[in-house]
Design a protein around this ligand. Structure first.
Ligand code: PMV
Length: 314
């Protein structure tokens, strides 16, 4: 690499349409990238390996291997270099992100993905998506404990995915573009905690909880068909059903329930929490006719940010 080179890489946010939590137990889930929200990494030559973000600056201690590092960002840099049999490049990696943290949009996985790409390029390599996906997954384990792998997969491949743990991710068909609003409760929540609570629930009452997980998986498979057929009525109903099942898993919150009800009352075809829950974001299925009213209702009901994304079409 030339010492004057500036490297710029990026990765998108993601949103889970249906299937969160049950996906940890082998059920399918549907998720899509949100390309309007991104992490960008700008790498420039420096005296050491340095990470700089809005609120932090850290220097990678020389001679440490990836598994000795507990900080996810430093570890991602080190693990990527290690994959190529190289030392971490002496560069300053500046991270800029428009993805809200701890809100179900995959900000951690997106930072890791953009960093991994920057390190690979700095070392003169293009990194294969499968390799990057594996490296990002390993970092997700620091954040989440037992992540299903859905976040890193959608973010690294930047494609809609029908995801099942330990299976090759498939993309899914969308017959007619579907428009979603993503509304933020403004309350951050740790996915690690909600995933841990669901695990305790599953372990304490397997006979009661397993059918809930099965029902979520079934809703996801029907939603995949609804998307392929352009059936927004069915898709909306399945989202509502999925939200109720997530309530049973105790991962909703009063704020999420309020935004879901508000969206439905304002004309959304379906609405549910998205991601780890307890806070973070919810999604609402809208049309060009209902979008404005739903957006205003969500804002009036306390959503701190509402963005839109279209699945299918361009
Ligand atoms: O909170 P998020 O967007 O990172 O989503 C987590 C999704 C879960 O299904 C709850 C956990 C996982 O690892 O799949």
């Amino acid at each position: 690499m030339s010492s004057h080179t500036e490297i710029i890489t990026s990765a998108p946010a993601k949103i889970i349409l249906l299937g969160e939590h049950a996906v940890v137990y082998g059920k399918p889930a549907l998720a899509v990238p949100v390309t309007s929200l991104r992490v960008t990494v700008t790498a420039t030559p420096a005296e050491a390996t340095i990470i700089e973000a809005a609120d932090l600056q850290q220097t990678l201690p020389e001679g440490m291997s990836a598994h000795e590092l507990t900080d996810p960002l430093l570890r991602m840099i080190s693990a990527t270099a290690q994959h190529f049999g190289a030392q971490p490049p002496k560069m300053r990696f500046r991270i800029a992100s428009s993805i809200p943290v701890a809100s179900g949009l995959g900000s951690g996985a997106a930072v890791s993905a953009a960093l991994g790409r920057a390190v690979a390029l700095a070392l003169g390599h293009d990194i294969l998506a499968e390799v990057l996906n594996g490296l990002v997954y390993d970092i997700e384990r620091i954040h989440h404990g037992t992540p299903s792998g859905i976040d890193n997969t959608v973010i690294v491949y930047e494609k809609p995915v029908y995801f099942m743990r330990d299976q090759i991710p498939q993309t899914f068909e969308v017959n007619r573009p579907m428009r979603f609003l993503i509304a933020d409760t403004g309350r951050t929540a740790l996915t690690r905690e909600s995933v841990g609570d669901v695990r305790r629930l599953v372990e304490a009452n397997p006979s009661q909880i397993q059918p809930v997980l099965d029902a979520i998986g079934y809703a996801v498979d029907l939603a995949r068909i609804a998307l392929a057929q352009g059936d927004s009525v069915l898709l909306g109903e399945l989202m509502v059903k999925n939200h109720q099942l997530l309530q049973t898993l105790t991962v909703s919150s009063p704020e999420l329930d309020h935004l879901v009800m508000t969206a439905l009352d304002a004309g959304a075809g379906g609405a549910k929490l998205s991601g780890g829950g307890r806070g973070g974001n919810m999604i609402a299925l809208v049309t060009s006719e209902t979008e404005q009213a739903v957006r205003m209702a969500l804002t009036d009901a306390g959503a701190v940010r509402v963005i839109s994304t279209t699945v299918g079409g361009s």
